[in-house]
Design a protein around this ligand. Structure first.
Ligand code: AMP
Length: 207
């Protein structure tokens, strides 16, 4: 596209950055999201946190979600997509979003693309944290004491969550790879080292 027209379009449109922070349970998405928020000034949306808030308040949505979360299964797409849309609608006046734990299925990714397209935007990048299964299990079991999460405390549920990630969620990384938006980052190292790897990967997608 002609550069002048491109810049003009960017100014007229409310250009937002949407980053998908991706990776299996225990890969460090929540920890890294804090540093990404500091660096890019975007709104952090974690669908897991949103579900836990609803469950704590015993809302109808929370009660429904609990049936799936306690088994390490995914909450149905219709429920999850509706919740994400509400959150985005209520926060339109932001520079963009860091999505953590969403999308977790290809239909969720398609719904996200549609939602962003309706606002003249698109996903900027998907950055996937790579961590071996044994390390994930160790980290999640270690985290259970402080997170207080029932789904972190039981090794069978942890294993199911990793399996669900492999079968239902990892295709989302392939989906965005088709448009060259996916980057993989080594998720083992110090928090700072991993943040720097993420910054490099993300900056390569931002013009
Ligand atoms: P998380 O905090 O991201 O590990 O999410 C905790 C649990 O919430 C998951 O194991 C799922 O049961 C549910 N959940 C979170 N995000 C999603 C999503 N995008 N789609 C379906 N279920 C989700």
């Amino acid at each position: 596209m002609n550069k002048t027209i491109y810049l003009f379009t960017k100014q007229v449109k409310k250009y937002m950055i949407t980053l998908i922070l991706f990776g299996p349970p225990g890969s460090g998405k929540g920890t890294q999201a804090i540093n990404l928020v500091k660096k890019y000034g975007l709104l952090h949306i974690s669908t897991g946190d949103l579900f836990r808030y609803e469950m704590k308040n015993d809302t109808p949505l929370g009660l429904e979600a609990k049936n799936y979360i306690k088994k390490g299964e995914l909450v149905p797409d219709s429920v999850t997509i509706g919740m994400l849309k509400n959150k985005m609608d209520a926060n339109q006046d932001v520079k963009g979003y860091i999505l953590d734990g969403f999308p977790r299925t290809v239909p969720q990714a398609e719904a996200l693309d549609e939602l962003l397209a309706s606002q003249g935007n698109e996903v900027t990048a998907l950055v996937a944290l790579d961590v071996a299964d044994e390390i994930l299990i160790e980290r999640l079991q270690g985290r259970a004491a402080t997170s207080g999460r029932a789904d972190d405390a039981d090794v069978d549920i942890i294993k199911n969550r990793i399996e669900v990630y492999k079968t239902q969620t990892s295709p989302v990384a392939d989906f965005y790879a088709q448009t060259n938006k996916t980057s993989y980052v080594d998720g083992v190292g110090s928090i700072e080292e991993i943040s720097n790897r993420l910054f490099d990967a993300i900056d390569a997608h931002i013009d």
